[in-house]
Design a binder for this molecule. Structure first.
Ligand SMILES: O=C(O)[C@H](O)COP(=O)(O)O
Length: 412
């Protein structure tokens, strides 16, 4: 994708393939001497047993500019936490595993919940939020980067390209968002991005008219990418959703708090792939089915908070417009795939579009029934205002877990 197009909305950094990556990495290492970089890895225990994470750690072990790695470990019991400690010990950077389900962490959550400040549901949003709190307590990093643990095409160059725009002190960006084409097994992937988000944003523009927020979201080549880096000054005020609206939520917050000139997107890979979730067409509580509804809700809520009035008719018009636009885009995707020798199952993609069209209505109804209900986790400034000892207690709980539960060999 070596073009140099700028869309005029947010800055866009391409991989023009003219400069040896070692040079870029050397520059980052120089910046990192005074601007420490922490990497956050939100991980499920099951990902330690998957095909991607071992390789990711091998790559990360060769990165010299990282000051610290914070691993947020979800869905692990005590034995698994102890094995995870062993698993991550191959990282040569300073690192810490947050056992999110530990009795100490649960006690902290209980305390938060008494004050109505606890995250509503488990998941990546809550995991990331806990890691952010831990990083705030460390008070030593200028940059936080975050990426998923299921990337099967991982290379350390991705991280270098992701952090560069926010670690370079001469750049003005506070948030750097990764983009790439999702391709794997000879197929075009990224089903929710291609088949829901892109056509939905076009349809919204047609139905409700021009909105700065829609233009902003449309400027992202991969708005759902899980890879981003930000300056840590942003962390205390970042309000993130605990559901699948997380990625859109982070972009929305930065748009609201800082404006688009603080945001850039950067090409981090020319072929990215990851573990694919089921569509879960029969069960709205999981898979892409749930993800698509949560994303619609996140976008509707943000537009409403910015002054857009939604009615049942708006959602009806939106569903019909979306459906038409999505089928048009499907034609483009199919031709693009064909020209590039990739497979695309049109029947399955049309089925996904039908499901997503239904979910636009589901999300719309939910929004109309409960317009004020939002799954936002309170930001850390708010938590601090309510209880200014909590970040220190979080840090102490992590240290006490480390002390009490020694590592045991992974797989034992
Ligand atoms: O980014 C997306 O569209 C969703 O995460 C789904 O991605 P996939 O189709 O590559 O699994």
């Amino acid at each position: 994708m070596a073009d140099f197009h700028q869309n005029g909305n947010i800055a866009q950094f391409h991989d023009l393939r003219q400069r040896p990556i070692e040079e870029l990495v050397y520059e980052i290492e120089t910046f990192a001497q005074t601007r420490k970089i922490t990497l956050v890895l939100p991980s499920l225990y099951s990902e330690l047993e998957g095909p991607a994470l071992g390789h990711i750690l091998d790559e990360l072990s060769q990165v010299n500019y990282l000051h610290r790695v914070i691993i947020g470990l979800d869905r692990a019991d005590e034995r698994q936490y102890r094995m995870a400690r062993d698993f991550f010990s191959r990282l040569k950077q300073q690192h810490v595993v947050l056992w999110n389900d530990s009795p100490r962490m649960q006690a902290l959550e209980e305390k938060l919940s008494e004050q109505g400040l606890a995250p509503e549901e488990p998941g990546k949003g809550k995991n990331m939020w806990t890691c952010m709190g831990y990083l705030i307590s460390c008070q030593d990093s200028a940059v936080m980067a975050l990426h998923d643990c299921d990337i099967t095409t991982y290379h350390r160059d991705m991280l270098a390209r992701l952090v560069y725009p926010v670690v370079n002190p001469n750049f003005r960006y506070q948030l750097s968002k990764g983009y790439y084409p999702r391709i794997g097994d000879g197929k075009l992937n990224g089903r929710v991005t291609r088949l829901l988000v892109s056509p939905l944003l076009i349809a919204l523009k047609r139905v409700i008219g021009d909105r700065d927020y829609i233009d902003y979201l449309r400027a992202f080549r991969y708005p759902l990418s899980g890879e981003f880096a930000l300056r840590t000054a942003l962390l205390p005020d970042l309000r993130i959703p605990s559901d699948w609206g997380l990625e859109i939520g982070v972009l929305s917050e930065v748009w609201r708090n800082l404006g688009r000139h603080s945001v850039c997107q950067v090409e981090i890979s020319d072929a990215y792939d990851h573990k694919h979730q089921d569509v879960s067409a029969e069960d709205a509580r999981g898979g892409l089915n749930r993800m698509s509804t949560d994303i619609c809700k996140a976008i509707f809520r943000k537009l409403a908070a910015d002054g857009t009035v939604f009615t049942a008719n708006t959602f009806r018009a939106l569903k019909a417009t979306y459906y038409r636009v999505a089928l048009d885009l499907l034609e483009f995707y199919a031709d693009d795939a064909r020209m590039n020798g990739l497979k695309l199952d049109r029947h399955r993609e049309e089925k996904n579009i039908e499901l997503f069209a239904e979910n636009i209505m589901v999300a719309g109804h939910t929004f109309l029934a409960k317009p004020n209900e939002a799954p936002f986790i309170p930001n850390w400034s708010r938590v601090n205002a309510a209880d200014n000892e909590l970040v220190a207690e979080l840090r102490a709980a992590v240290a006490a877990d480390e002390e009490e539960y020694a590592p045991i060999p992974f797989g034992s």
